[in-house]
Unconditional design. Sequence first.
Length: 482
Amino acid sequence: MVPRPRPAEAPDLDRQQRIFVNRNLRLTSVQAIGFDLDHTLALYKPVPFERLAFDRAKRKLVERGYPRAVLRLQYDHSFVIRGLIVDRQRGNILKMDRHHYVVQAHHGTRKLPPEMRKRLYTMRRIRITGTTYTPVDTLFSLPEISLYAQLVDLADAESGRPNYRRLYEDVRTVVDEAHADGSIKNVIARAPLRYIEVDPDLPATLNRMLGHGVKLFLLTNSDAPYTDLVMDTLLSGKLPHRPHWTDCFDLVVVRARKPGFFARHDPLVPLDPRALGASRRGTRFSFSGGSVGALERALGVAGDRVLYFGDHTYGDILRSKRSRGWRTAMIIQELADELRHQAAARPRWREIEALERRIDRVAAWRDFLERARDGEIAGAVVAGYLRERGLRGGARQIRTQLALVGDQLRGLEREAGAREAEVEAMFNPYWGPIFRAAREISHFGNQVQDFACIYTSRVSNFLHYPMDKYFLTPHAPLPHEV
């Protein structure tokens, strides 16, 4: 038997505070820990932040000539989840499993019937790296895709043939513009606490890491003023011996332009620390742009001695792992809600499992009756089985039983399907859980498994673990080992 390693999490720790392990990670081998900013160190309050991006983007669309009806669109926070795929050519939004099988699809905001979904996607291989499909792999994308779906609805209501690809490109352009020109950041700057969640455990977490001799660095695509605003809100004045947020980091890189940062060979451009609100600490402290090789040289640490925290499956986790062999920690803010829903759904799943066992027994009885009807089983054996159930033998009796068993089986399958739909809706009314697609691991869940060494809902969950922790992958049995 395969030995089971000790659990990777403290047994008395709430699951929402746990760190989950895909690949073994010994913290004592880590010499530098890096962090993305948005949705990693800085967790945004989902509804206010996403609605702000949605509203700013729709205004920009109207300024570009879209009808004023666009201004009446309202953000639906629950409609889009991370891990979906946008079919830009057809105006569809898809949920796939890890095998790229489409299990759910919406055209705009309207769910596609199963027959149409299968006709469109069952017979063709979906290549997400092509020009037709775009993954929703960051929380920044949620308001963008919600707006796109509603624009598809509006376009369908008008005459003519909508250009769904052009709609998507326009939405993508205005969302990027809203982030770049200050339309979103300037609003946040006026009332940061309305949009940014302040984690009281974050300062102590970083301080503890530094106390164990680990170098900390910040690597973000945001510019210096916005980085200073957000980090000042999160960290400044929270630690007595580290009064300013920059005192928590050995090195800061802004305007990194990830994921290109992991492919370029540019030098780091020194940045005046005063651009980050800090007193001058030398040109080796803060930088703009650059590349991963230059960053490693500045840190004096490289490869798997670096652990990097990020939220973006491609721009943070995949590229840092593949280009330099960094160890990776993925921050999945939605994981806390997912775990709550999972706990609430557990009794329902037990009911579904009991139903499935009944379905198996009834299906086996139906199979026996069909073989008896076709003369594949000796008459004496059939008569014996029927007598055990208080039934008489004979072809007519077998046909009657087959009809009854067929009705019973269809009823049980409908009931199991209805229960499964109820469970899915407990996670999200449109798409279900983010880590599962029907009975399979979802495309998103598969990415987390493949790319993230460890994952958790927030950086401060590290406060509950010792800095010499050896994170061990739990034993995952193959189906024949269960």
